[in-house]
Write a protein that binds this ligand. Sequence first.
Ligand code: WTA
Length: 659
Amino acid sequence: MTDDGEPDLEARLVEQETFEPPASFVEQANVADESIYEEFEEDWPHAWTQAADMLDWDSAYSEVLDESEGPFYEWFADGTLNASYNCVDRHVENGDKNRAAIQWEGEHGETRTYTYQDLYREVNEFAAALRDLGVEEDDVVTLYMPMVPELPIAMLACARIGAPHSVVFAGFSADALATRMNAADSRYLITCDGYYRRGEPLDHLQKANDGLSSVEHGVDATVVVDRLGEDGFGHDLKGNQHDWDGLVEAHQSARVEPVERNAEDMLFLMYTSGTTGQPKGVKHTTGGYLAYTTWTSHAVLDLEPEDTYWCSADIGWITGHSYIVYGPLSLGTTTVMYEGTPDFPERDRLWELVEKYAVDVFYTAPTAVRAFMKWGSQFPERHDLSSLRLLGTVGEPINPRAWKWYYKHIGNEECPIVDTWWQTETGGMMITTLPGINTMKPGSAGPPLPGIDARVVDATGEEIEAGHAGYLTVSRPWPGMLRTLYQNDERFIEEYWNEYSDPDADRWVYFPEDGAKIDDDGYITILGRVDDVLNVSGHRLGTMEIESAIVGVEGVAEAAVVGGDHEVTGEAVYAYVILEDGYEGTGEMHDAIVEGVNEAIGPIAKPERVIFTPELPKTRSGKIMRRLLEEIANGEELGDTTTLRNPDIVEDIQVKVQD
Ligand code: WTA
């Protein structure tokens, strides 16, 4: 941050090298003609029919984009379709019923293969079960599940009957589940008895039940998947709790006609962190979202139906929604799902799976690449990775050193890498190279995709010169964009459209809250969030959410949370805490704070460091100087402290952090 509180983006710039896509890749690429950029420019928004045409519509749309109510844009608005039909039925009808849709691998090495026919059967049976439980079109169904095949099956069953799903990451706490169910007024929960982590069964149902007890409006029905069998924790199912297998058995051979949904009807909700304590309910629609994820899976991930594709994200995040479930299944590809962690039982687990399933395309997070790099190249070297054709990353900037390690040790210098910038809100990829066309520059995501009008501007909204840092903006709508925040149009405008739009001129500019720079070739390098959102292992966490969890702990008076640099996770949570009189910064207090965060949010948000201090550095107007707290966390030289009300405290805190 600079002294006026603005983030100092120039300080985050990096230098670049270039790599060309290998000829062997270009020859077979789905998109290899660079005229696609011009085509989208000249024929915008009509060119987006390319994406919509990849879907099967029940009734055709007459208009591509309705801009009349910006920023509440509508895409393919009067068309109707069903996402479950597009991801399942059409492949069965097209003669691909015996192709694997999902290859699932449990942590213990059990495997389950679902062909498209299997998926068709399971989705239908579960859709019939949901209907019987009383789920109606437009009811929000919450899915609080780990990486088991029943998760995508439940998503597709919801889509089939037109009930939007709201998936809550299984690593989130009971409180986080309750907050999301309350916010979405969701009366149905699909969950799981537990799952395995590093060989140990985890009790997930206990967490789910704890969450359920705080759901204000009560819950009509819960469905529980039995993942652990004999390793289970022996919870009895309560009155309105049903066993998944029993339900499905009771609906054996049932068929449910896919509901005709309007393109603009909600497909799902996904809660994500923002700058306030309250997560935002991002709303995605059936037509635009599915068209966009299908098209980007084809153009960027280069997926073909014959491919075996693996995205190692969790379906609990947007990456898994778009690029494990909807995009790949819509294309009729085989998608791999893995339950466990990359280092169990050994650090070569992912490479073992790449070899075993002969994975063609692999998509992961930079934090994972940095961990692989730290563990060493001997692990991938144990396996034949020659099936790989393309690699990708998502979730945070990838530093050039990690990029090059990935390129060499995983891709054998034969696979292009797509560094894809996007967000929960954008639905799908926005800024990345097209792997069959563009030169790659490690560290830089690349140019905006065809049809995406991303620009880097200064604080006044003026486009800035190449090489200088500024703010990323998107000046034109795109089909995969969020439509609003659930039942909160006002906050939608406030969060994303207030900064650079000119409502009087009906000019709407989307602000994703990322810093960026652009180079002479139009390549965009993302410099990180400019709001109070941290990116820990590619997961978005609001500092406000963590701070309110900490001040909820008995004895805490005030807390300030910032991100410190971390070799593997990218950022780590640093919590500076002021205690109430009579409390001391003991080991117990430390543990209570860490546990408080664990309970309110989940283990991903746990502070790496808790620093007790009698005061926080504040400006004369009383604002906490977060810039200083960040610099202290990173052991950097401190900027100007003369504007502080209490400059002496800084050195005090510095000493504590260095201890
Ligand atoms: C960051 C994840 C740099 C960015 C799909 C964004 C990235 C936030 C990249 C969204 C990338 C995502 N390079 N930064 N390739 N991809 N980000 O909503 O700060 O979990 O705003 O969506 O992650 O995180 P979200």
